[in-house]
Design a protein around this ligand. Structure first.
Ligand SMILES: [Zn+2]
Ligand SMILES: [Zn+2]
Length: 351
């Protein structure tokens, strides 16, 4: 094992550098060290770079979406041993506190979003994963890294959005935002048996991608049509039973509550960089349910099982693949949606 590795390091607002770092070691008996086999770049990495994530610590390697092979485990790790292939969870959690026992792992007293935010993450070659028994999921034999890479973050986030939305069989679900998390919200919404999923975005190619993959049934381009009118057309003038907001802009926040029918559920999973205004007088009597969330990612095993069973397929999201050497280029094409980029898979550093 080399002693140094390359990684994308956050040095404070607006400052990311690809530079050399020390290889991590076990610090706590519950730790595992994972050699990254494949990682990805997430929109929330840009939120950190933009200074919009107050908990993020400067001098931290970014990245929280990865799969790889365990190279070392601490004495207290029970489920894993070196050589195991695993996919990591964006969230660290103890599994034992008040919140964990209720499934609210995002608010775990010794957990939450650490990897690639408060401690070194995965846009590098080796990662120290705390509380590895909870933070890692074994990859079934028949799956490879590309099958499970999205289980770290955007698939549980999409599932969480769909779950918060309280979808019933036969419902109409509107999903705002045809980005990676919008797509996973759609494919997970499908698991709850809605009559239709209406995808909303400003770009035809992004909406068509959702239709082509069978994640949405209807696409509305907000530059061409009024989504409120379209949703009403499908629902006898009522509005959507559930709305999942994944775009994270002022307009999309306002659109979310307007799309919902009276007594509907608005599920807000997007990360906003600004405060939002809730115009309570305008929505008085509409009796909406709003739910917000940073993902409680404690259903990763179930998601891996659904992938292994052919019920979920996130592979089409990986539109680009490149070695760690080129990751800064990956950041650029992902951020600017160049060349139809949805998600970038980063393969190991090539020496
Ligand atoms: Zn992510
Ligand atoms: Zn806990």
């Amino acid at each position: 094992m080399a002693e140094k590795m390359m990684g994308v390091v956050y040095h404070g607002k607006g400052d990311l550098r690809f530079e050399e770092r020390d290889i991590p070691t076990i610090l706590d008996p519950r730790d595992a060290i994972v050699r990254v086999g494949m990682s990805s770049i997430c929109t929330s990495d840009f939120h950190i770079r933009n200074g919009a994530v107050p908990i993020a610590k400067p001098n931290t390697i970014l990245g929280h979406e990865f799969a790889g092979e365990i190279v070392a485990v601490g004495d207290a790790v029970k489920k894993f041993k070196p050589g195991d292939r695993v996919v990591a969870n964006v969230e660290t959690f103890c599994g034992e506190c008040f919140y964990c026992k209720r499934g609210y792992v995002n608010n775990c007293v010794e957990g939450g979003w650490y990897l690639g935010c408060r401690i070194d993450g995965c846009q590098t070659e080796y990662v120290r994963v705390p509380i590895a028994d909870n933070g890692l999921i074994r990859i079934p034999e028949n799956l490879d890294y590309e099958d499970v890479l999205m289980v770290s973050c955007i698939l549980p986030s999409g599932y969480f959005g769909a779950e918060l939305a309280e979808i019933h069989p036969g419902d109409t679900v509107a999903v705002i935002g045809c980005g990676p998390c919008g797509y996973t919200a759609m494919m997970c919404a499908r698991l709850f048996g809605p009559a239709r999923i209406i995808a909303i975005d400003r770009h035809d190619e992004r909406g068509e991608f959702a239709l082509k993959n069978g994640w949405a049934d209807v696409f509305v381009n907000t530059k061409k049509e009024d989504p409120i009118e379209v949703v009403k057309r499908y629902t006898d003038g009522r509005g959507a039973d559930s709305v999942i907001e994944m775009a994270g802009k002022d307009e999309s926040f306002q659109l979310a509550w307007k799309l919902a029918r009276p007594n509907g559920v608005v599920s807000l999973i997007a990360m906003y960089e600004e405060d939002q205004r809730l115009p309570l007088p305008s929505m008085y009597g509409k009796n909406l349910v709003f739910k917000t969330g940073g993902v409680d990612a404690c259903k990763d095993q179930m998601l891996v099982d659904l992938i292994a069973g052919g019920k979920l397929n996130t592979r089409p999201l990986i539109t680009h693949k490149m070695p760690l050497n080129d990751i800064m280029h990956g950041y650029e094409i992902f951020e600017k949606h160049l060349d139809g980029c949805i998600k970038v898979a980063i393969t190991p550093y090539e020496r």
